[in-house]
Design a protein. Sequence first.
Length: 159
Amino acid sequence: MKRIGVTGHRGIPPEAYAHIRAGMHAALCGHRGSLEALSSLAVGADQLFADIALACGAELTVVIPSGDYQAGFTVPDELARFQHLRGLATREVRLAFPYSTDEAYYAAGAYIADNCDRLLAVWDGRPARGLGGTGDIVRYARDRGRPVTVIWREGLERL
């Protein structure tokens, strides 16, 4: 089984969605054979990735960074989307952090990078805004020789 993980921005400009969706679709639906998709289901890139992976027939593995992770979804629609996708997962990995901290987010991203064959990064190429951000996870994966495919529309900045 091939495993593809995701890291990416929460704030994606609306004009980038079609490009990102097409890139994810090509990476996930163009694959032959069984596929496992790893995501923490954060708002933005993670949830978009999970939607596309499930539509392409992949098994979804959710990586939960902390015991209080769900509390970070403060907008009702975002929480409902998280819960829905989580309910569709084949497998769930819960990290031992009690609280959502930068270290917990970094550990979740590192777990995904360590346990996938390829990492899709919805990334504008800029440094992370905090420990565990997309730039940190891309660097982590590359430092370990993990293939990284960056999906972003040039000329745009994350929100």
